[in-house]
Write a protein that binds this ligand. Structure first.
Ligand code: MF3
Ligand code: CO
Ligand code: CO
Length: 287
């Protein structure tokens, strides 16, 4: 192929480094490789690390206060106040028409649930709280599941646990010079062992200088497909796992067109961390 544009470029006037050679080798073999600007500078990584820590603190604040009888607008208020206190900007607010600061997704809501006074948390509900914020222009993104009242059905408890395992297995699989598909394959294998459906319409993503950057991190797929992951890249893994079908639809009752529901309205769970790829594996920047 002579007309294919090169993605990876060496620094002008410098000998190719070991990293350059490794990436170019994969590119010449026809694999998808990152561009140089997907590798964050040390200064950018420090900024994202700070934003990630604030984002984690925000979810800690939610964890400390979430309880039976609370509504999801109360969760939004906690996140809003936390951002004010920390000089952080809630990234979801007004993002493509999203009306609130945080996503709160209860039971069969897969993701992008909109906080509202009417949505009261009942004992046994499983709720995902997904926060993204920026500090000094750097972004962190993470979400956790909460079991309201501390107890739910064995089925929902298993879904929440296995979904967390999916994230952990994805993180263990994410080694430097692996491919996005290696992560997706490992996650899909674990979820399907339990008969669960891995949501395909939504995925993880690069993050750091914006809320959503390249590459897409699919939570299903085949080994050695998708983009090569190299040290300095920052991205999320955020598997959405459905108890039943992997299919989803947009709730017709949501005037904003954001809320995603599982296709068979069975429960769905999600966990998300922001990760930095290092020379040995991933470091968690927000959880
Ligand atoms: N935090 C979500 C993610 O993990 C993005 C939510 S976009 C919003 O990518 F507008 F719905 F908030
Ligand atoms: Co998120
Ligand atoms: Co995300």
């Amino acid at each position: 192929m002579f007309n294919k544009k090169k993605i990876w470029h060496c620094l002008p006037g410098q000998e190719p480094t070991e990293l350059d050679k490794k990436v170019m080798l994969w590119e010449n073999k026809g694999k998808e490789v990152p561009s140089r600007d997907m590798v964050k500078t040390p200064e950018q990584i420090e900024g994202i690390r700070r934003a990630g820590a604030v984002n984690t603190g925000c979810l800690d604040a939610v964890a400390a206060e979430i309880h039976v009888g609370m509504n999801t607008q109360d969760i939004d208020d906690i996140c809003m106040q936390y951002c004010k206190d920390k000089n952080a900007v809630p990234a979801c607010l007004n993002y493509e028409g999203f009306p609130k600061s945080v996503c709160t997704s209860i039971n069969e809501v897969v993701c992008h649930g909109i906080p509202k006074k009417e949505d009261v948390l009942n004992e046994g509900d499983i709720v995902n709280v997904d926060m993204t914020l920026s500090v000094d222009g750097y972004f962190g993104d993470a979400s956790r599941m909460f079991i309201i009242g501390g107890k739910t059905t064995p089925e929902k408890e298993q879904l929440v646990r296995v979904t967390k395992e999916c994230l952990e297995i994805g993180a263990e699989t994410a080694k430097p010079f692996c491919f996005v598909g290696d992560i997706g394959h490992a996650i899909q294998k674990h979820a399907e062992k339990y008969g669960y459906g891995v949501v395909r319409d939504l995925c993880g993503h690069g993050v750091g200088l914006a809320m959503h950057e390249e590459p897409e991190i699919l939570h299903y797929g085949h080994k050695e497909t998708g983009m090569l992951l190299i040290p300095g890249m920052v991205f999320t893994i955020e598997p959405m796992i459905n108890m039943g079908t992997w299919k989803v639809y947009i709730d017709a009752d949501d005037p904003y067109g954001w809320e995603v529901i599982s296709g068979d309205e069975q429960p769905s769970a999600q966990w998300e961390h922001t990760f930095l790829m290092t020379d040995t594996g991933v470091e968690i920047l927000s959880y």
